[in-house]
Write a protein that binds this ligand. Structure first.
Ligand code: B12
Length: 208
């Protein structure tokens, strides 16, 4: 019988081939897709998140784990659709206008996917209009904005105001190296997180 602990372990180690093989084996044995996702893939990614938060692993390891998870997800996704498994929330994310840094934003996007969110990644240099358009189109529950430059942080406030003016009820969380909880409070964001694993915890709290 397919071993979901070994699947989680393959994600943790970033062993893409093993992650894909165990996922295929579990599907062939008709194990519920949701169980494969939660106990195997998300279970593994959660541990990676905790280790990253505790500085026990670093960015390259997280990226390798995320790649293993992504490959296994490609195999599992049709089964999840067949089983009607809904994502736990929809998350629109982007780096704000004028800012081209995306390493941290990509990590947040990967960890959110790993936690079971549907992620709509708008990329970099994203203006308020684009955020609003995508939230309307997708009905996202949550928006994430990233900024790495002190000069682009005001884009967060501008986008947040535009989201409110547009009457959208989505929650907004922000992050990036120069961003702080104080800044989030000042501009009225719903939350701030210092790293990708904390972003997942925050996101779950915000949509609860
Ligand atoms: C890599 C890098 C670049 C790369 C970016 C490549 C890429 N694809 O991202 C390149 C070379 C393109 C670049 C360009 C520039 N950069 Co640069 N760059 C960096 C550097 C070295 C690392 C940033 C990084 O990726 N960190 C690693 C990631 C994982 O960390 P992170 O982004 O903070 O993300 C974590 C958290 O913040 C959080 N998080 C991030 N986003 C979000 C979002 C949400 C919603 C949440 C909840 C959490 C969250 O979770 C992430 C994971 O744990 C930093 C220096 C540094 N040490 O930070 C300078 C730095 C950010 N850059 C800087 C500058 C000045 C520039 C340039 C203006 C340089 C120039 N003169 O051209 C340009 C700007 C271009 C532009 N318009 O954006 C300055 C900014 C100074 C300031 N205070 O504004 C820094 C601090 C360097 C310095 N000490 O001067 N840069």
């Amino acid at each position: 019988m397919a071993d979901l602990k070994a699947l989680a372990e393959a994600v943790i180690k970033g062993d893409q081939a093993t992650a894909v093989n165990i996922t295929k084996e579990a599907i062939a044995e008709q194990m519920p897709a949701e169980q494969i996702l939660n106990e195997g893939l998300i279970g593994g990614m959660e541990i990676v998140g905790v280790r990253f938060k505790n500085c026990e692993v670093y960015i390259p390891e997280v990226l390798i784990s995320a790649r293993a998870m992504k490959s296994a997800m490609e195999v599992l996704e049709p089964e999840l659709v067949k089983a009607g498994v809904e994502p736990i929330g929809k998350f629109v994310v982007g780096t704000v206008k004028g800012d081209l840094h995306d390493i941290g934003k990509n990590l947040v996007a990967m960890m959110m996917k790993g936690a079971g969110f549907e992620v709509i990644d708008l990329g970099v240099d994203v203006g308020a209009e684009k955020f609003i358009e995508k939230v309307k189109e997708s009905g996202a529950h949550l928006v994430g904005m990233s900024a790495l430059l002190t000069t682009t942080m005001p884009s967060m406030e501008k986008t947040l105001k535009a989201i409110k003016v547009a009457g959208l009820e989505t929650k907004v969380m922000i992050g990036g190296a120069p961003v702080t909880q104080n800044y989030a409070d000042k501009i009225g964001a719903d939350g701030y997180a210092a790293d990708a694993a904390s972003a997942v915890d925050l996101a779950k709290r915000l949509i609860a």
